[in-house]
Write a protein that binds this ligand. Structure first.
Ligand code: TXA
Ligand code: MG
Length: 481
């Protein structure tokens, strides 16, 4: 690898205007384990570098940021598109690159409590946040009264500013090296699922930004929890990795309410002060259909344990065209048919999906994707017994019959395992990757098996509901939203 400084400077190929340059986007990989924070004190943490390359790359990214450019960077939630939060021209570049609506405010990221105070009104952290910050920073996003230091381009006219102290070592170090708070929305094109891999950022923004730092897959995979503690009672505007159950344990937060679940507000609905209210979000090209969670009972095997798939699987009658781009996760293996399509032991959600697929096939749709959260131990048992390649012919024999129908026409079902529904943190990590993967497979329709809205499940289902254009549940069979 060439570690010379010159190799790190991205080429600007052509320039239309100050805000619409065309770049040869440079992707730089760094290993986050080469950054060490020895102290857990958040007042003014200083990173140490186990590898000079890490520092060099981050210094080059910092130069771009200090010069008002934007850079894609990993965080523990999703990849962000960073720019100097104190520079209105830099902030405008974020909006331009993402094609973001001009009235959707940005989160400001800080790397120390010292930096936080420096951008707050009267340099003071509101008292109601003391316990929340002490317990759960780095991590979540909090609303503060806006000071005049924060440009209007960041807050879009709001009287508050959203601030987050990320926990990812690369993000923290990037901010520290810049010596500047960084505004960073998710680094996707507006309306698309948020990126959880550097390749997702490249898919959306290549040529539009000078640099992307590749720090691997985001560990949480869904955007941060946004808390408005200035409101009485406090509100969770956007559920995320820090859960309602955790926040309400904090002193002063016991009455915290979740927006949309415990209260709604017509004015907030129109002002995009909380994600996904006003604008379409997380939407791939394909239609997304949510299949509501069905609570397990003793007679079903929903969310059985011990079975998980590690790669997507495809079932098709014709030779599978696994035209995955280099940016996708490992392609499905055409020779490994979907276990669940080949077995009788499946879940209630899954059988609703299979029925819906039959309907859509009559409308001429051929390619279907399923984001799976329900697997059964008995599925794997059956697979082992039957071999993994069913050749049965009777389409009336429950789901095994369906499988044969699938295998005997030219339709195609691709399953992407998100993880067990009983482990919402696994599902969160894979959700956006799964949506992007199936969209890349050019399916007509993506079914998502919903999960329980407890713990991180609330954040997962919040995003799925925003992505979905309709919902299916056992009660309603097919309901249009
Ligand atoms: O996890 C995250 O928060 C990621 C990473 C990159 O840090 N960032 C992120 O940013 O999700 P974005 O822009 O995609 O979502 C931020 C949301 C916006 O949709 C906006 O509505 C809300 O936070 N927001 C920003 N400022 C606000 C404010 N002053 N009041 C209420 N909501 C605000
Ligand atoms: Mg976003």
């Amino acid at each position: 690898m060439d570690h010379s400084t010159d190799s790190l400077i991205p080429a600007v190929v052509a320039t239309n205007t100050a805000t619409a340059a065309v770049f040869n986007t440079l992707i730089q990989t760094i290993d986050s384990t080469t950054i060490i924070f020895r102290s857990s004190d958040l007042e003014d943490p200083i990173p140490e570098f186990a590898q000079p390359h890490t520092r060099l790359v981050l210094e080059e990214a910092a130069k771009l940021l200090q010069n008002g450019q934007v850079v894609g960077m990993p965080t523990e939630t999703v990849y962000g598109l960073a720019a100097n939060a104190l520079d209105s021209v830099a902030a405008q570049r974020i909006f331009k690159a993402k094609n973001r609506p001009q009235d959707n405010p940005l989160i400001v990221h800080v790397s120390s409590l010292k930096m936080l105070r420096s951008i707050l009104k009267d340099n003071t952290i509101p008292a109601q946040y003391s316990d929340l910050i002490r317990t759960y920073w780095p991590g979540l996003t909090l609303l503060f009264p806006r000071s005049c230091l924060i440009p209007n381009e960041i807050t879009c006219g709001q009287t508050t500013v959203a601030v987050r102290f990320p926990s990812h070592p690369i993000t923290r170090t990037m901010i520290w090296i810049c010596g500047l708070p960084l505004a960073a929305p998710s680094a996707n094109s507006s309306g698309k699922p948020s990126p959880t891999l550097a390749s997702h950022v490249m898919d959306d923004l290549s040529g539009k930004i000078p640099m992307v730092i590749d720090g691997g897959q985001c560990s949480f995979g869904i955007e941060s929890t946004v808390v408005d503690g200035l409101r009485v009672p406090p509100a969770i505007l956007r559920p995320g990795g820090l859960t309602f159950e955790q926040i309400r344990q904090i002193q002063g937060m016991k009455d915290v309410q979740v927006y949309k679940k415990h209260f709604t507000d017509a004015a907030m609905e129109q002002a995009p002060t909380t994600p996904g209210m006003k604008y379409r979000h997380y939407s791939p090209e394909a239609e997304v259909v949510l299949v509501e969670y069905i609570k397990p009972d003793t007679t079903t095997h929903i969310n059985g344990s011990g079975y998980s798939l590690s790669t997507p699987t495809t079932t098709t009658t014709t030779s599978t065209t696994s035209t995955t781009s280099s940016t996708s996760p490992s392609p499905p293996s055409p020779s490994s048919p979907s276990p669940s399509l080949l077995n009788t032991a499946t879940t209630g959600q899954y059988s609703l999906i299979l029925k819906e697929i039959e309907k859509l096939k009559l409308e001429g749709k051929k390619r279907f994707g399923i984001l799976r959260t329900s697997f059964t131990l008995s599925s794997t048992d059956n697979m082992a017994r039957n071999g993994s390649n069913s050749t049965g012919t009777n389409r009336d024999h429950g789901e095994a019959g369906y499988t044969n129908a699938t295998l005997n026409d030219d339709s195609c079902v691709i399953e992407f395992p998100l993880g067990q529904g009983s482990k919402p943190e696994d599902v969160a990590r894979e959700l956006f990757r799964g949506l992007r993967y199936l969209d890349g497979q050019k399916v007509d329709c993506i079914f998502v098996e919903g999960i329980s809205e407890e713990d991180e499940g609330l954040a997962v289902m919040n995003r799925v509901r925003k992505a979905a254009s309709r919902t299916i549940s056992p009660e309603t069979a097919t309901t249009f939203l």
